[in-house]
Write a protein of this length. Structure first.
Length: 483
């Protein structure tokens, strides 16, 4: 047992963080995680806890969990249990849409934990109520193309092995998370595709996508809501146990991946060759792989009564499963890449944005004097505000163009060097055209006007920052601005 982040780090083992119940109606994660903790800690035999540090939070959305109601109210498309918690937290926020804006205390505490303990792997346990498929569990790596380290490694090196082991050692078929296109068209722009399987969303408002952009591994686990509770607990238990075991086996590769993700941005300023493009917008890759996907036939009953919890009125499950070859859309591709500047500079009034960056573990300095440097500013051509509120926000999309020149930067500007761990996250959050950045979530609304300048400037070098503005590189990442 370790009590502090420093003690965990000192063990030199990979750190795995697993949470259940972020959507508190999706209950089996808490049972599976508690059972696994019991078994790992009381077992006399060697197990994964000899090789990894496990941080387990069985009930992440505690307030949602306490708002018990009938499953037919809180979780309509689920095969029991009878009483479950609600999806949202007590503020009515969906915690799995909050990882960028971080408005919920749960998210803010999570980010502080990520910064302090820095888990190599984050596993988020859910239940899916989508298509009728043949899998005990579906999973996803970080889908953001900006997740160049943990996202790709999980997708290509961990999840295929987990899928094989779940089949051969645990007796469960699992597959990449998705829905049949016939059930969920939204993401597929090609309307000639009638049969296919497609994943969800790449944006970091979702926890496991966010965690990939931090340069670490995120794994989404979705038990199958049409299975019994006992089977959902069993599949989730087996999946987490297999993850711990595989992470223990691959500890060296995973820890060096974490180290590389952190050191790469540090090299950006010194060696221009090392600069990597950061994807700030993306779309589902239009060239799918063709694979076999297991589908269950759902039959019309001819009357409008319920047959089973979670099955729509007038339909019943057939128990007939078919493997069908179809296009599988399981990954995203970048539609807008941005090269990291040496730094972003935020105008002095942008303290809300700065507070949020610090919460994300980003070091922000402040200039003591006015200075000038080569850089670029973004002139806003259009501000597209979503007419519909989502999580209490009207999301903003900006279009415009960059102009290069000498930038005059006022005293007390905030300086965010990209040469720090999470450099990719900094670019993603601060670029004006990012699909899920600070501009999206209204942090800059007061300063946005058509024809005006975006309040974040790109700076190409920090060397002329001036004598009166020494680097405060020792500043704590958790410090709040003083004003
Ligand atoms: Zn969920």
């Amino acid at each position: 047992m370790v009590a502090t982040a420093a003690a965990a780090k000192a063990l030199g083992r990979p750190i795995v963080y697993v949470q259940g119940n972020i959507h508190a109606g999706e209950v089996e994660g808490k049972d599976a995680l508690l059972a696994l903790l019991r078994d790992l800690t009381t077992s006399q035999k060697p197990n994964a806890l000899d090789s990894v540090v496990l941080i387990a939070v069985p009930i992440y959305n505690a307030d949602g969990n306490e708002r018990f109601a009938s499953q037919s109210v809180n979780r309509t498309e689920q095969n029991g249990p009878e009483l479950v918690g609600q999806r949202a937290n007590a503020q009515n926020l969906d915690l799995n849409r909050d990882y960028v804006k971080a408005e919920a205390p749960e998210t803010r505490a999570s980010l502080a934990m990520f910064n302090a303990w820095d888990p190599d792997v984050f596993v988020d346990l859910h239940t899916t109520d989508g298509s009728f498929h043949g899998y005990a569990l579906t999973y996803s790596p970080s889908l953001s193309p900006a997740a160049v380290f943990g996202g790709v490694y999980a997708r290509d090196s961990l999840l295929p092995v987990l899928r094989q082991r779940m089949r051969s050692r645990d007796g469960f078929e699992i597959f990449d998370y998705g829905n049949f296109v016939s059930d969920e068209r939204a993401l597929i722009s090609d309307t000639s595709v009638h049969e296919g399987w497609a994943t969800y969303d790449s944006r970091p408002r979702f926890g496991t996508n966010y965690y990939g952009i931090r340069g670490r591994i995120g794994i989404l686990s979705e038990a199958y809501s049409h299975d019994s509770l006992a089977r959902r607990i069993a599949s989730t238990y087996a999946f987490v146990e297999e993850i711990l075991s595989l992470v223990a086996e691959k500890s060296q590769a995973i820890q060096s991946l974490s180290a590389r993700a952190d050191s790469q941005p540090m090299a950006w300023g010194r060696a221009p060759d090392s600069l990597q493009m950061i994807a700030v917008r993306s779309e589902l890759l239009a060239t799918p792989r063709t694979m076999e996907v297991i589908k269950e036939d759902v039959l019309k009953t001819g009357d409008s009564s319920f047959t089973q919890p979670g099955v729509p009125r007038g339909e019943r499950r057939s128990g007939i499963f078919r493997s069908i070859r179809m296009p599988v859309y399981d990954r995203f591709t970048s539609t807008l890449d941005r090269l990291p500047p040496a730094a972003y500079v935020l105008a002095p009034p942008e303290t809300a944005a700065v507070n949020l960056l610090r919460l994300h573990g980003v070091r922000v300095d402040r200039s003591d004097s006015a200075w000038s440097a080569r850089g670029e500013t973004f002139t806003i051509d259009s501000i597209i505000t979503s007419p519909r509120a989502f999580q209490g926000h009207h999301e903003v999309r900006l279009k415009g163009s960059w102009q290069r020149g000498l930038q005059a930067l006022p005293q007390k500007s905030f300086i965010v060097s990209t040469a720090q761990p999470r450099g990719a996250l900094i670019v993603y959050l601060l670029e004006p055209e990012s699909e899920d950045g600070l501009a999206t979530w209204n942090f800059f609304d007061a300063d946005l006007k058509k024809g005006g300048r975006f309040p974040v400037t790109r700076i190409f070098d920090l060397s002329r920052r001036g004598r009166a503005a020494p680097r405060r590189s020792s500043a704590s990442t958790t410090q709040s601005p003083q004003n």
